[in-house]
Design a protein around this ligand. Structure first.
Ligand code: PMP
Ligand code: GLN
Length: 384
């Protein structure tokens, strides 16, 4: 008998850092500020709606593109936030998390040898998804402390093989955001090209200090070439439900759905129905989560004052970067592991978001936690 030998399609990929650090946190009973998820419950009204959906029989396959009622609510939410009206029938697709939307968008447009410009540090799904589609990620590394994009530099990366630019604002892991001027630069760069934009906006509702999220949906000129990806995991404190969506013009949506229908066909029906009811009655609550998370960010920063960690400003997301340059010259991974095993607080090394690592002595803490959790974590971090 001959056993098949598998030759990895992703030889350089290990287990995602989020699984690794959360497992290490569990083993060491450490406070888990690594993987991004809230340790507090979502609105009980939302769970009640989902439970009611199950009781009322919303338990069979949803339509492949998403429940029409949820697509309608998403359309209205986006219109209220950014002024652009996406057609629920032809331009909105509900997916199993933003992850699936990103994967489908990338798979739909990237062919063998196509280049996709990706900004590093990059969320860990982007590069493998591009490579599985046969594409070549062209990485542009941004650096602390401000991680700003030099658009003239980015423009130089574009060549006839470039198929798309992937952006993420507010940005995981840095907490930086794109300003209106960035979007104008982007618009100018792509204006005379056939480039697509994939815009990961999962933290669109978590933005601080009076700043305004610059969605692609605010820029009609860019809408026609863009896939916008978002996630109810972030905006409703329900990361485990894995309900996300993609906004894109009809021709792009049609191609995305060709992939989506064979990746998972459709997304969990009772969650879709429950979220739709919630949006019908409580849409304003989503719009209020920036203030909620800003209070958490500020509390965490206050609790960390006087420690040897130095914060790098966070303008959005529920992540706070901290430099540990005053504490250790270990690699970020080694430091993150030691913080977890010796000091009882888990974090994420930022270096893993760069293909070839990039050691800046910076780690990421998730502050989507009860105030008490943040207090306990800061007490431990203050001792270092
Ligand atoms: N993009 C970014 C930047 C993220 O932080 C996440 C986090 N989970 C995702 C995509 C995936 O979202 P989801 O859990 O809805 O798949
Ligand atoms: N987006 C989350 C983070 O950055 C993790 C998502 C996941 O575990 N796949 O921590």
């Amino acid at each position: 008998m001959i056993s098949p030998a598998i030759s990895s399609k992703l030889p350089w990929v290990g287990t995602t850092i989020f699984s690794v650090m959360s497992a290490l946190a569990r083993q060491n009973k450490a406070i888990n500020l690594s993987q991004g998820f809230p340790d507090f419950p979502c609105d009980p009204q939302l769970t009640e709606y989902v439970a009611r959906a199950m009781r009322d029989g919303f338990n069979q396959y949803a339509p492949m593109p998403g429940l029409p009622t949820l697509c309608e609510e998403i359309s209205q939410l986006v219109k209220a936030m950014y002024g652009y009206s996406y057609d629920p029938a032809t331009e909105i697709t509900v997916t199993s998390g933003a992850s699936e939307a990103l994967y489908c968008a990338i798979t739909a447009i990237v062919r063998d040898g196509d280049e996709v410009i990706v900004l590093e540090p990059a969320y860990d799904l982007y590069l493998p998804a591009i490579e599985l589609a046969g594409g070549i990620p062209v990485r542009y590394a941004l650096n602390p402390p401000d991680y700003r994009i030099n658009w003239a530099h980015l423009k130089k990366l574009i060549n006839p093989n470039t198929r798309a630019i992937l952006i993420n604002t507010p940005h995981n892991p840095t907490g930086t955001i794109l300003e209106a001027s960035d979007l104008s630069e982007l618009a100018a760069i792509v204006r005379d090209t056939g480039l697509f934009i994939i815009s990961d906006e999962v933290y669109e509702h978590i933005i601080f200090d009076g700043k305004v999220h610059q969605s692609i949906a605010c820029y009609p000129e860019l809408v026609g070439r863009s896939f916008i990806v978002s996630s109810f995991g972030k905006s409703l404190h329900t990361t485990g439900w894995k309900v996300g969506y993609c906004l894109a013009p009809p021709q792009l949506t049609a191609e995305l759905r060709k992939v989506h229908q064979f990746v998972g066909f459709s997304t969990s029906t009772p969650f879709q129905q429950g979220i739709a009811w919630y949006l019908q009655n409580h849409r304003d609550k989503i719009q209020g989560i920036s203030a909620f998370y800003q209070q958490k960010r500020d509390l965490f920063l206050k609790l960390m004052e006087g420690s040897r960690f130095r914060p790098i400003p966070s303008s959005g997301t529920y992540f706070q970067l901290m430099s540990y340059a005053a504490i250790s010259d270990e690699t970020e991974l080694a430091f993150s592991k030691r913080l977890t095993t010796e000091y009882g607080v888990a974090c994420i090394p930022v270096s893993v978001f760069y293909r070839h690592g990039s050691e800046n002595q910076v780690v990421r803490f998730c502050f989507a936690k009860e105030d008490e959790t943040l207090q306990k974590a800061a007490e431990k971090l203050q001792k270092i």
